[in-house]
Design a protein around this ligand. Structure first.
Ligand code: MN
Length: 132
């Protein structure tokens, strides 16, 4: 099935932190000279990551499709191509595709010397389906 074939240059994400199928291509890998990481993530329809936080800002720039973004205590927001989300440090949130659209974003992590991500519990179907 085309659905489960990795896009050119992409590999699988860490499945234990995702619901559904998603793909990752690292564009910039942080090292001792570069305190920034940039990855492109593509989610199949309905796929999303677990709830999580970042030690420093994560900036999302939507590259394709229609996606969902939610911070704890707030409703799900739809995000579209060109939208930018500046996720502040320690804000509990998740991101992923909407039910009927493939979705992609760049994920830019800054101050990576502080760490990159702290994974939490999966987004339940009830939470995912709460979009109004
Ligand atoms: Mn995030």
């Amino acid at each position: 099935m085309e659905k489960n074939t990795a896009p050119e240059g992409f590999g699988p994400v860490l499945a234990q932190y995702f619901t559904g199928t998603a793909w990752l291509k690292m564009l910039v890998v942080p090292d001792e000279n570069t305190n920034c990481g940039i990855g492109e993530v593509i989610f199949e329809p309905g796929a999303r990551n677990n709830w999580h936080t970042h030690p420093s800002n994560q900036i999302l720039i939507v590259t394709q499709g229609l996606g969902y973004y939610q911070e704890e205590g707030s409703p799900i927001r739809e995000i579209r191509v060109g939208d930018v989300v500046n996720v502040l440090p320690r804000i509990k949130h998740w991101h992923g595709a909407s039910p009927d659209s493939k979705f992609g974003h760049y994920a830019i992590g800054i101050n990576t010397e502080k760490g990159v991500v702290d994974w939490l519990e999966p987004v339940t179907d009830e939470q995912y389906n709460s979009f109004k």
